[in-house]
Design a protein around this ligand. Structure first.
Ligand code: NAP
Length: 484
């Protein structure tokens, strides 16, 4: 099932999604919550088929990695069911008519969010469950009441087909309209779907060139649509002198573990480590990486991309290898490199851009002023981390605005690789981390990408949608006349 979707099937799927848009949006939050929970249950029940297939296609370990990722995926579907039950996502707001409103008399006006319409999701390669067919984009779009067409990633085609069948059957079995969900294959077919006027929004996780190409297509349509791309990120980590003095070994081990996790194929992999220039961590870092086994990359395309990028990085004047051992594509051992702040400023794209795989670059800084200049040239990403001590607070405070500029999530004394799924999560950031910095692709707020606000002015109660009716039949949290 890895061949491209044929034109007739693609048309049927697009027409099905368009036909499902109205009933999906009209389903009550409780009905949609049931769809999501049923899909989660079906995926959990199929774990014994799904996990080995994912392992065979991606080379990622079945346990704990893939089994854990499937658990995260079904948790995510169930959490969106809770979002629907909670109701705050609708942003229901009621302003009654007010003859004394200071700027002039106000009509009765009420605002609520509604499903945007059919969503095209481009699955990622590096998380075959959590950012793929039944991943966060699919879960949040379905929760919003949008039919989903999923463009499968060619790195795990059989898994995509099987996951797609399970999810589709579960959703329809739970009462969702036919056309609520389908999977398509093929690069050209993905572009055809993106250009189709029946698609109302699209999301993507992958490379900067791929995401940018699709973002441009979405915007060049006669009727442009929102395109939520999650692209690349270098995820800088700043370590202070006091942190090294207090727990240098733990910092070195933590960093080594984080940048080599999953063969460095995490969008949150820490790619830059900023250390004071007189640090003494080199031997500890080497020891932490010593003997690390070669890990196979997800697929040949990613292995080749990593080998190229690493070769470029090694060629940059002033970049030295701290730790590396012999390995060859498609399986790599970790590589740790180092350079000075001065060389980093002059090193250009090769040192400033993401190197997707098990490599990371140490950059030394002379003082706070140089650190701020270095952070100034870094492209925005998903995360920025600081390892410091309570005694550093005054030194760190001026660094925080520089880190805030370049990240969607700031971490204190932690590692960025793990991305929990929760109510406060923010997985995004200014371009090129994402094409839509006001949004997140992980966490409950991800639903907002697929909702469109609609105001109702002057309508009789009987014609208003339930969230806006005077009696508040769904008992939603609402702002009424400015108050909660
Ligand atoms: P990718 O090459 O960007 O592909 C992702 C998806 O977009 C695939 O379905 C691909 O379709 C489609 N696509 C890409 N370029 C396209 C174009 N010009 N026109 C139409 N469709 C296009 O990402 P990948 O294969 O997962 O990995 C490649 C690189 O992406 C990695 O080496 C890494 O640098 C980066 N990456 C980043 C993240 C992150 O979270 N930041 C995650 C994964 C990968 P086809 O495959 O069918 O062509």
């Amino acid at each position: 099932m890895s061949q491209a979707t044929d034109a007739a099937t693609l048309e049927k799927i697009l027409a099905g999604a368009a036909a499902a848009a109205r009933p999906a949006a009209a389903a009550t939050p409780a009905e949609r919550a049931r769809w999501l929970v049923t899909a989660a249950d079906a995926l959990d029940a199929a774990a014994d088929d799904l996990v080995p297939l994912a392992h065979a296609e991606t080379h990622l370990p079945a346990t704990p990695r893939l089994a854990g990722e499937l658990k995260r995926t079904t948790f995510q579907l169930r959490l969106f069911a809770e979002v629907l039950t909670d109701g705050e996502y609708l942003g229901a707001t009621v302003d009654h008519a007010d003859a004394d409103w200071p700027m002039g008399p106000r009509p009765d006006i009420r605002r609520v969010k509604t499903a945007i319409g059919p969503v095209l999701v481009f699955a990622a390669s590096n998380f075959p469950f959590a950012f793929s067919v039944a991943g966060g984009d699919t879960a949040s779009a379905l929760a919003a009441g949008c039919p989903v067409i999923l463009k499968a990633h060619p790195g795990h085609p059989e898994l995509s087909a099987l996951t797609g069948r399970i999810v589709r059957e579960a959703l329809i079995g739970a009462g969702a309209p036919d056309g609520i969900f389908d999977v398509i294959f093929g690069q050209e077919e993905g572009v055809t779907a993106l250009k189709d006027p029946r698609i109302a929004a699209s999301s993507f996780t992958g490379s900067i060139p791929g995401g940018r190409a699709l973002f441009d297509i979405a915007n060049a349509r006669p009727r442009p649509i929102p395109f939520y791309g999650e692209l690349g990120s270098v995820n800088p980590v700043v370590v202070t002198e006091a942190a090294i003095a207090a727990r240098g070994e733990a910092v070195a081990k933590g960093y080594a573990g984080s940048f080599t996790l999953g063969a460095g194929q995490f969008c949150t992999k820490p790619g830059l480590l900023f250390l004071p220039e007189d640090h003494n961590l080199t031997d500890t870092l080497r020891a932490a990486l010593d003997g690390a086994a070669a890990q196979p990359m997800l697929n040949d395309r990613i292995a080749a991309g990593y080998a190229d990028k690493l070769a470029q990085l090694r060629e940059v004047p002033g970049v030295e290898v701290v730790s590396s051992s012999a390995s060859s594509s498609p399986a790599f051992t970790p590589t740790l490199l180092a350079t000075t702040g001065k060389q980093f400023l002059e090193g250009g794209d090769a040192v400033h851009e993401e190197c997707f795989g098990p490599a990371s670059l140490i950059v030394t800084y002379a003082d706070q002023g140089e650190l701020l200049r270095l952070l100034d040239v870094i492209e925005p990403g998903l995360t920025a981390t600081i390892h410091g001590e309570e005694s550093d607070v005054d030194w760190i405070r001026p660094v925080l605005p520089a880190l805030s500029r370049i990240a969607g999530r700031l971490l204190w004394n932690d590692w960025p690789t793990g991305v929990t799924v929760s109510w406060a999560q923010q997985h995004g950031g200014p371009y090129p981390a994402t094409t839509a910095p006001t949004t997140t692709s992980v966490g409950t707020a991800a639903i907002e990408r697929f909702l469109r606000p609609l105001a109702w002015q002057g309508f009789p109660d009987a014609l208003l949608p339930e969230p806006l009716q005077e009696a508040n039949p769904w008992q939603l949290p609402r702002r009424t006349d400015g108050s909660r």
